[in-house]
Design a protein around this ligand. Structure first.
Ligand code: GUN
Ligand code: FE
Length: 468
């Protein structure tokens, strides 16, 4: 319990909810009355209350004078989206350099852009727009890579907290193979800046109500062994600390990594030897995976940030991660926009691209043997809409270690939710709604054809952070 007034009812919301109860199963809770405490916790959840009965039902519970929001037909609630992989400073460069190989894109587009965040006032301007933009697209939780700058990353943390976005915040560690204008001078300097960022985050939000730190070695190419080891030591001393990095993203990157660390045959052994693969590790991409590495991720309980947009646009080649196989084995998988590696910061786009890449499996893995060799095993079926929605919400919450708080609607969970509005007068008729559409169909149509015009209200921890 966070504060003494936690159990005080603070607001009531009535509407139909839809969420995932497993990777393959949606659940609709029709006409549900939700009561939230002042700290945004769901204290009451009751189905099948007609909207005309909301006031009476509250009166019967002796709950009066609280804010009441009653949704209309054509509106419904879903859990907020979790973006498990996003580069905050790349908000400025989305759309640039698509089709480039990863290392060329980093040198040509990304590092010059991120270097500008050495100016904290630039960070203030951009991060304000980023967080506003992410919230309006329904991203209630994001796992952010900052730039390498401590001060700018502190600005990011304060901005998320101030605007009410739930976030993991990591200062990028990078002390080699980066241009002179965008490279840390030593492992010590990188570690000391990291510690001071963690301190800042824990000072401004001591109970981690919304934000928490994440160790962020950019990838092994940009970190010396000494730096990776020091980060691994920090994780060992603070075992609940989250870690994020890029993992097996593209062949060019894997080749460069293994030539820098010739003592390893694969990235799983490399990162785990430094103590960086833990149940709190979030690995972005995971496209080129051997059977051995899939098993390692499973055994070490690492989470995967599947970034389908970036896997098709930046990196080198049209890549499809063996997501279906990860799910089949019970590995936690969430979706990441990876903006700006992916041009889009929309989780709806990430969901569509996850589906589309999975439909292209026959082109990508022409034979079952080839699929098996690539570690996809029986995973040649396409993803379902249910699995994709799960990854965008509850799966993502598990990957970032927040499933005890968010990802679904349940008693005791915190209310991170989106009001989806498919009524003509709100959406400008962008979603083709039929009068007899079921809830499942409405969700499917929203995912495939909706956009932020249909995300009219966004709540994080019960607080309205976008909408009116
Ligand atoms: N690998 C190292 N840095 C990055 C980055 O910023 N984006 C992507 N997609 N891959 C990376
Ligand atoms: Fe990335």
């Amino acid at each position: 319990q966070e504060d003494g007034v936690m159990d005080e009812p603070a607001q009531a919301i009535h509407g139909t909810l839809i969420h995932s109860v497993s990777p393959t199963q949606l659940q609709v809770l029709p006409d549900t009355l939700i009561i939230l405490s002042s700290s945004g916790i769901i204290t009451h959840l009751e189905q099948n209350i007609p909207s005309s009965r909301v006031a009476d039902s509250l009166a019967e519970k002796r709950i009066e004078h609280i804010r009441q929001t009653v949704l209309s037909p054509g509106q419904f609630l879903i859990p907020g989206f979790v973006d498990t992989h996003n580069h905050a400073p790349q908000w400025m460069q989305r759309g640039l350099g698509q089709g480039m190989h990863i290392l060329d894109w980093l040198d040509g587009i990304t590092f010059p852009n991120e270097a500008k965040f050495g100016d904290a006032s630039h960070a203030e301007k951009v991060y304000e727009k980023l967080v506003r933009g992410m919230l309006r697209q329904g991203v209630t939780t994001a796992s952010y890579y900052g730039s390498l700058h401590g001060e700018a990353t502190n600005v990011l943390a304060s901005t998320c907290l101030g605007k009410g976005q739930r976030a993991l915040i990591g200062k990028c560690n990078m002390n080699r193979n980066s241009p002179f204008f965008y490279c840390e001078a030593s492992a010590e300097e990188s570690i000391s800046a990291t510690k001071s960022c963690i301190r800042h985050i824990r000072t401004i939000d001591p109970k981690s109500t919304l934000i928490k730190p994440v160790l962020t070695p950019r990838f092994a190419i940009s970190c010396t062994a000494e730096l990776l080891q020091s980060l691994g030591d920090m994780a060992r001393n603070d075992p609940s600390l989250a870690i994020q990095t890029h993992f097996n993203e593209a062949q060019q990157e894997i080749d460069a990594t293994l030539s820098l660390f010739p003592e390893f045959n694969n990235e799983a052994d490399l990162y785990s030897s430094f103590g960086l693969l833990t149940p709190h590790t979030i690995l972005a991409h995971c496209t080129i995976m051997t059977e051995y590495e899939i098993q390692e991720l499973h055994d070490l309980k690492c989470g995967v940030a599947h970034c389908p947009t970036a896997n098709m646009t930046v990196g080198g080649g049209f890549m499809a991660a063996p997501v279906k196989e990860f799910l089949r084995r019970g590995i936690n998988v969430g979706l990441g926009t990876d903006s700006g590696g992916g041009y889009s910061s929309s989780m709806l786009n990430a969901m569509r691209h996850a589906l589309i890449t999975s439909y292209a499996r026959d082109a990508l893995y022409p034979t079952f043997e080839q699929a098996k060799e690539m570690g996809t095993g029986g995973g040649r079926e396409a993803l379902s809409l249910e699995e994709t929605f799960y990854m965008a919400t509850q799966g993502g919450a598990k990957v970032v270690g927040l499933d005890h708080k968010v990802g679904e609607f349940a008693l005791g969970k915190e209310f991170d939710a989106l009001v989806i509005d498919l009524r003509d007068e709100r959406s400008g008729v962008n979603v083709p709604l039929d009068e007899d559409d079921s809830m499942e169909r409405m969700l499917e149509k929203f995912i495939m054809t909706g956009d932020d015009r249909n995300i009219v209200n966004v709540y994080v921890k019960g607080r309205l952070v976008h909408g009116e």
